[in-house]
Structure formats: C-alpha cells, structure tokens
Design a protein around this ligand. Sequence first.
Ligand SMILES: Nc1ncnc2c1ncn2[C@@H]1O[C@H](COP(=O)(O)OP(=O)(O)OP(=O)(O)O)[C@@H](O)[C@H]1O
Ligand SMILES: [Mg+2]
Length: 139
Amino acid sequence: MRFLSTSEQQTFSFAKKISKKLNGGEIIGLVGDLGAGKTVFTKGLARGLGVKKTVISPTFVLMRVYSLKRANIRWLLHIDAYRLKSPKDLLAIGADEYFNRPDAVTVIEWADKIKKILPRRTRLITITHRKNKSRIIKT
Ligand SMILES: Nc1ncnc2c1ncn2[C@@H]1O[C@H](COP(=O)(O)OP(=O)(O)OP(=O)(O)O)[C@@H](O)[C@H]1O
Ligand SMILES: [Mg+2]
C-alpha cells in the first residue's frame, strides 16, 4: 500500500492506524533517509499500542523497550541501527531475544543496515522523503 503523507501529524496517524492491525510477534523495518520520518512513524505506532511514555529516538542507546498493558502485546522494542558498526552489536545487547517473542512488536529504524540478522518475516516499510513535507510511505 502507498500512502502520501503531507505532514508529521499524518505520518503519526497513519502509523497509529497500522498499529491496530498488529497482533504481537511482528517485526517492522523502517527504511528511509535522515529526517524521513521513521521516528515520527514509531511514535505513532507506539501511541496506537498504548505507550504513554514519550518515545525518544534510541540513536545513542541502540534500543529502548517499552512495556505495554495489553493482553497480547506486552513489549514494544524500538531499535535504531544508524550508528551500529556491525549487526552483531545488536545481538550482543540481546535484541534478537525479542524477535521471536509472540508478545513483542519490534520496530527498527535503518533496518536496511542490519538486513543480515533480520528474520525473513520482517515487514519493511519505506518512507521516501519528497520535497517540503510530503513523504511516500510504502507498506
Ligand atoms: N510528512 C511528514 N512525515 C513525517 N515527518 C515529517 C513530515 N513532514 C515533515 N516532517 C518532519 O521531518 C522530521 C522527521 O524526523 P524523524 O526524526 O522522524 O526522522 P527519522 O527518519 O527518524 O530520521 P533519523 O534518520 O535521523 O532517525 C520531523 O522534523 C518532522 O516534523
Ligand atoms: Mg529517527
């Protein structure tokens, strides 16, 4: 599906809508340039899943885990692979332990950098930065 977003708010809402279709166990890989809106998308998804805390980009910590009060989805894992030197660094901090959990949803910014270690069922979503505020979100 292709969605044309013309504002940060639209990207947020679109991701929030997508979150309603999640059952747990999904891995979502976000692909897009700097400033494309990957973090905005993640914030929308997190809000839709019921995360109350402010979602901040895990650029320097690589990964943040949010706990959810839901029956089926208990964890939201937010990974930013931008600064990773090697995909192995992510395995070293135990990120992959969440990948196969049916009660976790994982969102990975810069997923294209760690394709090697991502399960095949990873759903890639690309955000293409157009001029001004328009973005094409391909799911
Ligand atoms: N349609 C849009 N959708 C999302 N963000 C938009 C849109 N239009 C403008 N923006 C702006 O673009 C920026 C997107 O920032 P964001 O941090 O989400 O990008 P990112 O892809 O996570 O970048 P990085 O690669 O640095 O992590 C924000 O400043 C936001 O306000
Ligand atoms: Mg980001």
